[in-house]
Ligand binder design. Structure first.
Ligand SMILES: [Zn+2]
Length: 477
């Protein structure tokens, strides 16, 4: 042990004792892939496990039916483990099969590995709870069952509802190619629906009487696409047309709706860019003599990393090493790699600025770095990280080169290699949680770092006052 914390083997021992039932939990969630706010069976499976492990349970957190909290222990610091269990649409795939072969074509699949994510976080929380009980140490451990990470921003609504107000430290992880500490920041984002209303008319007999909402959607896209040249380079804008106004070309479309995702490096940049997109929408409405209404559905903040916590977690990983993969895991990973392009594989190494090596599974721990790196995407962990010092691990649960949101992730999601990566991530989180629970100095340093990184800015939720979690809106196909 290089960490010098004599309590670590005991907390890992608690994980080893319970890893089988948590592997079953991950598999069970894999088998019922449910998307954004619809995670009824997956949340119920996590609730059952919390109950079986003796946690006190709070349901319907922030008014979200699939959000829940389990708490154990008394007094002391509050250490939170964040879990997720939502799946993705259209990624159905048979487990263990190394070619694209959906179980049900078009159905959901766990293409981001969140079946493992929730289970490992709950396993880490359980091990720390067992350690508190065994040692009679004051302290509280919480598991946050967070739905709708993929586009629903549930954690941002949970933060707004005050669910993290008394938390000292938050810990999470994400399935990945490699094991180590997640050190990248992420983009703030916002989902906005623009609804245009025009006037229907016979498109040939009296076209002059019609005002086309579909024209407005198209012109808005043109305007936004011209604006791209003049945005900060790390900003992103995407859109999906939800309503084209009907199927009849000979009727001027009186209604149309387009959903935008706007992303920026930070919240002030996001709010400024949203105002510009709104101006483009108003311009499109002006040109077409239609009306436009915009509704913000959900938003997330950029991720604030935390140096003292990243250093503490790095120590843990360095003392653990990579997951104990065996020859069968390597053989399976080789077959998955045969389905990837050379560009896929190179991208995984490039993302970590590492020199590419010919290994099918991670055989090392990601080295620390101090550069300010940004991942391309966004996460609602960002909102938690603004109000509580937060650290996240990467767990090696995928053949090197596997990209998230692909059938290959689903194919590996119930495999022994994924289970090993998940258990090792749980150990990294539990040991980091234990360090935070038992060291006032670490918690104080983590809070000082968060205050420094916020540079005097208060957390301002990207979700407008009064907006409800978009439980129904997210089911729109
Ligand atoms: Zn994910």
């Amino acid at each position: 042990m290089t960490t010098g914390n004599s309590n670590l083997p005991l907390v890992w021992d608690f994980i080893d004792r319970k890893k089988e039932v948590f592997t079953e939990l991950a598999d069970r969630v894999w088998e019922t892939p449910e998307t954004c706010y619809m995670e009824t069976l997956s949340a119920a499976a996590h609730r059952e496990m919390l109950e079986a492990q003796g946690f006190r349970i709070t349901e319907n957190v922030a008014g979200i039916p699939t959000a829940l909290i389990g708490e154990a222990g008394e007094g002391g610091p509050v250490i939170a483990f964040l879990g997720e269990y939502d799946a993705l649409a259209g990624l159905s795939q048979k487990a263990g099969v190394t070619q694209h072969d959906p179980m049900t074509p078009g159905a959901n699949g766990h293409g981001c590995g969140h079946n493992l994510l929730g289970s490992a976080s709950l396993l880490a929380a359980t091990a720390l709870k067992d350690w508190l009980e065994k040692t009679g140490t004051p302290g509280r451990v919480r598991y946050y069952g967070c739905p709708a990470e993929e586009g629903g921003a549930a954690k941002a609504f949970m933060v707004r509802a005050g669910a993290f107000e008394d938390v000292d430290i938050a810990i999470s992880w994400h399935p990945s190619n490699f094991a180590g500490v997640q050190r990248e920041t992420s983009l703030a984002n916002c989902r906005i629906d623009f609804t245009f209303t025009g006037r229907a008319a016979h498109a040939s007999a009296v076209p002059e009487l019609g005002r086309s909402a579909l024209d407005a959607v198209e012109l808005m896209s043109v305007g936004v696409n011209y604006m791209r040249e003049h945005m900060p380079s790390e900003s992103r804008i995407h859109y999906a047309v939800l309503d084209t106004g009907g199927i009849s070309p000979n009727v001027v479309q009186a209604h149309a709706k387009v959903r935008y995702v706007v992303r920026s490096a930070d919240l002030p940049g996001l709010f400024a860019l949203i105002e510009r997109v709104k101006k483009v929408a108003e311009g499109a409405a002006l040109m077409t003599e239609t009306k436009v209404e915009s509704t913000i559905l959900a938003g997330v903040s950029n991720l604030v990393v935390n140096t003292p916590l990243m250093d503490a977690m790095q120590d843990v990983w360095d003392s653990m090493g990579p997951p104990p993969f065996d020859a069968a895991d390597i053989a399976f990973a080789e077959k998955i790699r045969a389905t990837l392009t050379p560009e896929d594989i190179a991208a995984s190494w490039n993302q970590e600025r590492l020199e590419q090596r010919d290994v099918p599974l991670a055989d090392f721990i990601l080295p620390p770095h101090t550069e300010n790196r940004q991942m391309g995407g966004s996460t609602d962990v960002g909102d938690v990280s603004w109000v509580v010092p937060t650290v996240q691990a990467y767990g090696a649960t995928l053949a090197v080169g596997t990209q998230l949101h692909t059938w290959q992730v689903v194919a590996q999601g119930k495999s022994p290699l994924a289970h090993k990566g998940m258990v090792s991530a749980a150990k990294a989180m539990a040991a980091t949680g234990l360090a935070a629970m038992t060291s006032d100095q670490l918690r104080e340093a983590a809070w000082a770092d968060l205050k420094k990184r916020r540079r005097g800015q208060d957390y301002k939720s990207p979700i407008p006052d009064g907006a409800e979690p978009p439980v129904a809106a997210m089911t729109l196909k």
